[in-house]
Design a protein around this ligand. Sequence first.
Ligand code: AMP
Ligand code: ZN
Length: 494
Amino acid sequence: MALKIYNTLSREKELFTPITPGYVGMYVCGPTVYSDVHLGNCRTFISFDIIYRYLTYLGYKVRYVRNITDAGHLEGDRDEGDDKFSKMAKLQQVEPMEIVQKYTLGFRHVMQLLNNLPPSIEPTATGHIAEQIQMTQQLLDNGYAYEVNGTIYFDVEKYSKEQNYGILTNRKLEDLLEGTRDLDGQDEKRGRLDFALWIKAKPEHLMQWPSPWGMGFPGWHIECSAMSKKYLGKKFDIHGGGMDLAATHHTNEIAQNQGCYHTGPANYWMHTNMLTVNGTRMSKSLGNGFLPEQLFTGNHPLLEKAYAPMTVRFFMLQTHYRSTLDFSNEALQASEKGLKRLWDAFETLNKLSSTTEKAADAELDAKVNKLVADFDENMNDDFNTAKVLASMFELVPIINSIKDGIIKADAIAASTLALMQQKFKAYLEDVFGLQQTGAANNNALSSVMELLIDIRKEAKAKKDFVTSDKIRNQLSAIGISLKDEKDGGVSWSA
Ligand code: AMP
Ligand code: ZN
């Protein structure tokens, strides 16, 4: 089966057909860096990391753009008040860009601990003000925006006469209007659903830029439109983010792009479901957010223990990205056990060997082949990681029984065993991005040892025995011994 993706736009699973064969352009709304990311945010970024990894595994060249929102995120949805960066900077008495720097670095560190691959491009909103001004100007020129006292609004009413504004979440304009409050005398905007593209800044506003309409700062929605257009073009393949972004942020992105370029930005809109705590969405504003660091240290009154980053990642993978996932100690502890069981089976599997060309137990051989083929089948079915893991867990007792001799080694063909070994490795490490505890350290140590052995070899060749002895002795002092092999190579043990 070829890859199918559930598209929020059509509300169906669609066959994935990229615009350019072999290449995928993907934009994912990134974090708002005025505070730490919580575990809910991490769920969305892990989900898209898996999608990125799987597309790459399928052989696509992927340009994955995930922005950093570092300006223009207003309090509430009324296009009013300070942006959250300025507010935080005032509170902490620092420059807004110090806030941005601190939380961007924190975000990247967490992504690395969770083994999310860095995106191909990570543009910042503040680095693309010119593009946002240009797009706002284009919307004014095309008649989809208007200016009031230095603030530019998108004219949703005008747009709705030509286009279906609520297309993404399948809502009618009347229903949308019903959900908004009436305009009062203080409002500058003409329509209740109109939103700001560019906002006039008060003199005391900390982050502001010159524009054709005076000093101001961008609205949140225009940032993503300008950055996705710049790096992926007017139309690209996949646009993603958490489900909570569909109704407003992404709805407005579509309107902006249509108003500017007469096309929506993406062919496939993907939305991840929410991480919840006792059934309530984890969110910054509700204050029920668990920070990754609290999980990794166990430093939170509601946590029974610390959980490793890979346990957290595995916990996320055990549920399909479009289902809600409830956070609990029991679920995390079950994930910890499950992951260990899987790694143990993986190690056992790698030690098994067979030379049998024809399987002695054809039925079992077929079953194993089917379960392994299901890895790709289930990922092709809208990235169903949960079902892939279920197939893996079905294979675990078979692997263990072969090891224990309960199932004879020749029961399955050598080719079946090799395929199972290859797919387990590809999925656990490449597609799911799981790392065995300590593996990262071991890899680093191996590289450092290779380097030291090389330097020692060069020193010996130059008869610089002071250096070569120093390397051997100092390594020995920290418990690492070098052994000169007969074939001229050098091995080491710790
Ligand atoms: P923010 O930094 O708040 O803009 O959020 C960054 C990303 O995390 C967005 O794609 C949100 O939709 C997503 N997100 C926020 N809360 C949750 C949650 N509880 N579960 C999953 N994703 C979330
Ligand atoms: Zn966005």
